[in-house]
Design a binder for this molecule. Sequence first.
Ligand code: ACM
Length: 564
Amino acid sequence: MVKYPGHLISLWLLSWTLLSALSPCAAAAPNLIPAPLEMTRKSGNFRLTADTRIYYTRGASAIADYLSAELAPALGWSLPAQAAEAWQAGGILLELNDEPQSAGDNRAPGDESYLLTVDENGVRISAARPAGLFYGVQSLRQLFPVEIFAKEKQERDWTIPCVRIADQPAFSWRGMLLDVGRHFMPVDFIKQFIDQLALHKMNRLHWHLTDDQGWRLEIKRYPLLTGVGAWRDETLVGHYGDSRRWWNRLFPWIEPVHQYDGQRYGGFYTRQQVRDIVDYARTRHVMVVPEIEMPGHAQAAVAAYPELGSSDEAVGVKRGWGVSPYIYNPEQSTIDFLKNVLTEVMELFPDDYIHIGGDEARKDQWINNPRVQLLMEERGLENEEEMQSWFIRQIDEFLSQNGRRLIGWDEILQGGLARGATVMSWRGATGGIAAARAGHDVVMADNNYTYFDHYQSESGGEPLAIGGYIPLKKVYYYDPIPGALTEEESSHILGAQGQLWTEYIKTPEHVEYMAFPRVSALAEVVWLNQEPEQRDYQAFLQRLDVHLQRLEIMNINYRQPEED
Ligand code: ACM
């Protein structure tokens, strides 16, 4: 994790200041990420001064306040925001129309489209919906010199190029998963990460809140979920394989002696903190999708409430990685427990989607448990896959009755998929193809392209990661629409998201290192959905060069990509 030393940053900022002093009116060529659908550079520049005001039409005042607050630290003053009726030339107008803006091609105009025009007399962003206006604001921020992202006042001219941008996203689901089950991430960092998603015009934070190694969400009715389930005694050091010696290979029945760090570890989010994060995300047009894992990845919950488990063995919160055999039992009482948990989850997360996991549910404990076998017989279920399917269907019905939508990993396809469920395809594209053909909506989270816990380089010197190799260029050329689908089937692909699983990622700085700039590449993939042959990686790298200066100024610990 290489950080630039402070004196290099100062030198670089100084040379920027000198350059801009030499040519005070020259605005930089636009380097937007994600690139807009259509952009025309016009001659001339717009200069923001102490007299510039923001004007807004009805419904747009919150976005005006957001823009003013984002610009204020670097400007050293806050642009006053006023209703549009007071308009004066030289201002920035944020205009909500009733009519959706077409982005100028044949795509259906979306709720997230916008039109941004900059001329010497002012800036105008118009959109049919607040989300579009918000993305116009993100483009505007990126038109400024990069120092606009500084957290302290910068002494310089604020000039931006005259342009016309007509823009809208290709996909409605543009997301990132953050796993806080394996390693807890502080509230301030979650907010900073949401800020980065917003800057990249991403609109989903998939918040992986429960796993074998930790339950991170306060649930009033079941205090032991966090009282017990949020804490593990210690954590595995390195990979399991690291402890394997020659004699373990020769005599595989001899268990390797794994090394643990001996440090109690944990943490959780209070209801108030969750509300705060959800509100913060909403202001930035990011929907937080909570994930409560079931029926597998349940060891922390079973450690807290052993009656939920499927085996008689007492168990603690998991200390190492990999797939745990501890699975919820399929008793009605356990389904009721989960419904109670989800009732509280729905109170905290007001948006449609609730993710219920469904992945990697090992069935050994169901196979070996006579009571579970009896339940299968009573319910007329042929096998354990059908039992999982029964389980998911109970939850799906409950969420549907409450006006919510179930989303789960592609294993929920096994044994019959709950009606109306949305599938997140992680084991390659196979699950996504099957689900789209069956008429289900799909989010692509393909582990060959979007697992940002994998290594970014094969050259060594990278921090320990789970394995794999997904370099920036591979992400940039990812096509979320599986080639096997017809056009009609493809309409079920809502979009894609990147995953930050945190087994080997312990700190916010390390999350950022794994995320950026792969998030920047994915953001462009899901915004534009260009045919891979239309993409220009070299041009992307050039824009990225400027974008990384923004991240640097914001103190984001990105990884410097290789010149390719
Ligand atoms: C997953 O990576 N188990 C969804």
